[in-house]
Design a protein around this ligand. Sequence first.
Ligand SMILES: [Zn+2]
Length: 338
Amino acid sequence: MEVVAGVDLGGTAVNYTIVDQQGHFLIDGLCEHPALAKQGPDICLQQIADGLKIAADKAGVALSDIVAVGLDTPGPASASGVLSARGSTNFVHANWASFDIREGLAHKLGKPVLYLNDANAGALWGHYSIFGPNSKETSVSIVIGTGNGGGIILDGNVVKGKNGFGGELGHVLIPYQSIAGTPGMKPECNCGRTGDLESVCSLTAIERTLLPYFLPRYPGHELGKVDLHTAAKLVRGMAEKGDSLSRDVFRVQAHGLGLFFDEMINTFDPDALIVGGGALETGVEFQRWFIDEIRAGMPPQREEQVGIPIHVMPNGDTAGARGAAIEALKLARQGGLA
Ligand SMILES: [Zn+2]
């Protein structure tokens, strides 16, 4: 029996999945092991290897059945998995600087390892969940969380880019001035840009721009009685219950996403648009409202492109590991491991 594994190295946990050659996932739900990235590469990679044995046991396969491993981590890292020389939030230990984590794990496990950044792995999982294995379709995924991540799958393959920043969609500028009902709004992003997708469409944007913009328009609103950080986290739940201010906040985000998707439609003519993340961890009714608002925010589309579907991404907490496994599976199925 030949299977591949997906390993999602996050800030606090490593999440694993195992998938067989037919694309069946052999572990239901989460299979987590504590992440020790703060202690540097030696300890972290050993920890990943130890956890992989536990995952194999859980899936009912032998370690030797695993013919390839897909690894995803937060960036910044090169397309082939060399971490940034300047370090990053998740890789603060000095020995991580310029460390080739793909090669390091391949050496530790004695198996081929493929690398994706976590956003691209999530996008690949969203794509696979709609189109299955052997897909030649094109999709654009957006994950709305604290920031805004995503990815582009072009003709079935992840667009990684020359420097590993392919699919860094949150920092693409959008014509935010054309979002209805927002005169004078000036959304700024941590990256230094004004008016990119993340500056409108993220939890950070709610705290930094959207609540400060809308609260003065709703004098006495209960969200004005707590600090912005706390208030930002309450907006989704209140929007779901129909609160007008909170709906305004999410409508602006949906319309911003509509403008962005319009850019992607004109760039890629994709088969599907996919949206996920914390913003959509809600009931189906709110998800439908949000997707209708995304469409309402789009400029008029060509007749041929009006029907491009907008899907909600499934399984948020296992998306990275599953996407990484799919990347490894693709290579295994193409015979690239021989
Ligand atoms: Zn930005």
